[in-house]
Design a protein around this ligand. Sequence first.
Ligand SMILES: Nc1ncnc2c1ncn2[C@@H]1O[C@H](COP(=O)(O)OP(=O)(O)O)[C@@H](O)[C@H]1O
Ligand SMILES: [Mg+2]
Length: 225
Amino acid sequence: MSDLSVKQLSKTYSNTSEQIAVLDGLCLEMNRGENLAVIGPSGSGKSTLLQILGVLDPPSSGTVELEGKNPFLLSENQQAKFRNQHIGFIFQDHHLLPQWNVLENTLLPSLAFGKATPELQKRARDLLDRVGLSPRLGHLPSQLSGGERERVAVARALLLNPTLVLADEPTGNLDSDNAQKIGRLLLEVPKEQNTILIVVTHSLELARSMSMCRELRRGKLVEVT
Ligand SMILES: Nc1ncnc2c1ncn2[C@@H]1O[C@H](COP(=O)(O)OP(=O)(O)O)[C@@H](O)[C@H]1O
Ligand SMILES: [Mg+2]
């Protein structure tokens, strides 16, 4: 069995007059160390897919199993724990806390256990060093450029060495130089740590540098032709 196994995943949104099937029998199998680019036009369901894989939203039907566990069978509390332990999420608008500095924002996932241990403090500093932010540890998000904020979000997502890292258009708001740097980082660190990486992107360059690329079309992931 694959480390990530998605079977017959469907998601339907209903508004007043109709039901919209955004995902419709989507299947995906991935193992640790593999990475996947998901492309597709706006509105095709890319963010919906990531929200479900990130256990932020339940599917209408179908199953998701990560290392043999279906998180949607857990209680809400256990789901939050599962998300914290197994999943790193990089949002396009990075969701950094404005009143917290770079180091504190990176340590955010460790707060679920109370205080960050010295090991996690060291890991946060190491990751921030990897992303070139050592000279910025005490800066607030408002004092950073867009590319720097995105790099903090990458470091934070990797802090607890998650099984699955999900990134929703991580380079969407960046200039091409910064986009390339983030792309390289996203590929490098998860590869070393044997993580499953799924990136939604409009960048063909980033998509081509990943080991697999699929298009979301009519609710399913299909080979890119
Ligand atoms: N919470 C929601 N309620 C109703 N419709 C939604 C909701 N979230 C997304 N949708 C619809 O689902 C479709 C896919 O959205 P989304 O996953 O954000 O696409 P993408 O990320 O590929 O641009 C869109 O038509 C969108 O309007
Ligand atoms: Mg989207």
